[in-house]
Design a protein around this ligand. Structure first.
Ligand SMILES: C[S@@+](CC[C@H](N)C(=O)[O-])C[C@H]1O[C@@H](n2cnc3c(N)ncnc32)[C@H](O)[C@@H]1O
Ligand code: SF4
Ligand code: SF4
Length: 371
């Protein structure tokens, strides 16, 4: 994922060096493809669920097997996870085993009654609510929904916070949403939301009106960083873009605020389960080429340990990725989802990386000199 987290107060953080080998610790579970919204950009192309999705019993079996594999925390996303009417039952099964949950949701189905149940019967820790903009017309357009949807997302955020859950929002960076991000930060500050996560969209499935995959996302976010660091409350910036620390704009930001580079943990300590049970290292890569097994048949730890794709993510240079870059052991060879979107290959080059762009430009100039 190409995420930038603008954190207003402490939340979930990890001090672990992200490229170190690690056992499987975390699952990202896209629990259904069903969704009541139709966002113009959605890497799962969510809409309707289907009979081939994991049943309640299969889902509870996943929970038990994840627990046996040593997983203590699951991020549940979708589609819209609350489209599943057995969601509390699945979460209650997790709670019995002491497993915690973090949700990604559009917020539209989160009633007070449901939040009471989640508080009482599950170990839900936090919610990340999609909020691409505070402009009602643009919200309607980007989320593909009705005029009441923005007030309902804001109401959900109020209620989530009132119920004592960690409350965060996410926005997808597009030409249309970029100008409104400072306003979202102001709102986060006044409402007490903990984090504003900016997703730099990965070009998978539905991707209308986005910046190009190799756009200079961090350059575009310059004014947003300025706004953030001028807020009365600001804590730290976390970067999940593997090559972020080599972007020239980061030196300026580092002078004003603590910046933590977290890289990408796909396949290094995390697997993703899709609604029909397919396992992929990366939540953005719900594509056949990236499936490393299926939870209906395969063991989680064995798949994580032995899959050639996870091995490639752990040792990219041994698979020919970025062998010409001295930073590959720190960066990990860029974002595989971005590389796949740009080249059609899982072992392709992430051409969005600023150093890679410089290398391309230098070899082009050299070509001109010698021709
Ligand atoms: C796929 S949604 C599913 C959960 C829920 N329905 C929601 O909208 O939050 C999970 C997260 O992925 C983000 N997202 C969707 N499409 C994306 C893309 N192409 N690139 C990056 N993030 C994306 C959304 O903004 C949301 O925060
Ligand atoms: S991003 Fe979330 S809300 Fe939007 S269509 Fe996809 S799953 Fe639904
Ligand atoms: S060239 Fe490759 S390894 Fe080097 S910083 Fe860029 S993506 Fe990372």
């Amino acid at each position: 994922m190409l995420d930038v987290k603008l954190k207003l107060k402490p939340g979930h953080t990890s001090e672990r060096a992200w490229m170190e080998p690690s056992p499987l610790r975390q699952l990202f579970w896209n629990i259904t493809y069903a969704c009541n919204y139709r966002c113009k950009i959605c890497f799962t192309d969510a809409g309707s669920g289907g009979p081939e999705e994991l049943t309640t019993e299969e889902a509870k079996d996943v929970v038990r097997r994840a627990h046996d594999a040593g997983v203590g925390d699951i991020i549940i996303s979708g589609g819209e996870p609350f489209m599943r009417d057995d969601i509390v039952e699945i979460l209650a099964c997790m709670a019995e085993l002491g497993m915690t949950v973090r949700f990604a949701s559009n917020g539209s189905l989160l009633t007070d009654e449901l939040l009471d149940r989640l508080r009482g019967e599950t170990l839900t820790k936090s919610f990340q609510i999609s909020l691409d903009t505070l402009d009602p017309r643009l919200y309607r357009e980007t989320h593909g929904t009705s005029p009441e949807a923005l007030p309902s997302a804001l109401e959900a955020l109020r209620s989530i916070k009132e119920h004592g859950f960690h409350t965060t929002v996410s926005v997808r960076l597009t030409p249309a949403t970029l100008p409104g991000i400072p306003q979202l930060l102001d709102r986060a500050c006044s409402e007490g939301w903990s984090t504003v996560t900016v997703h730099c969209p990965v070009h998978m499935r539905r991707i209308a009106d986005a910046f190009p995959q190799d756009a200079d996302f961090l350059g575009l976010l310059g004014p947003v960083f300025d706004h953030f660091t001028a807020l009365p409350k600001h804590w730290l910036v976390e970067m999940y873009i593997p090559w972020a620390q080599y972007h020239p704009g980061m030196r300026r930001l580092e002078k004003r605020i603590r910046v933590v580079y977290r890289g990408c943990i796909a396949g290094r300590d995390r697997l993703t389960i899709n609604p029909t049970g397919w396992l992929s290292p990366c939540v953005c890569l719900d594509v056949e080429e990236a499936y490393v097994g299926n939870i209906r048949e395969d063991d989680l730890q064995d798949t994580f340990r032995d899959s050639p794709l996870c091995e490639m993510l752990r040792h990219p240079q041994e698979h020919g990725i970025c062998v010409d870059c001295p930073h590959v052991e720190v960066c990990g060879g860029g974002c595989r989802a971005s590389a796949f979107a740009l080249t059609g290959r899982l072992d392709g080059l992430d051409r969005a990386c600023p150093l890679r762009k410089r290398m391309f430009a230098a070899s082009r100039d050299k070509g001109h000199e010698t021709s």
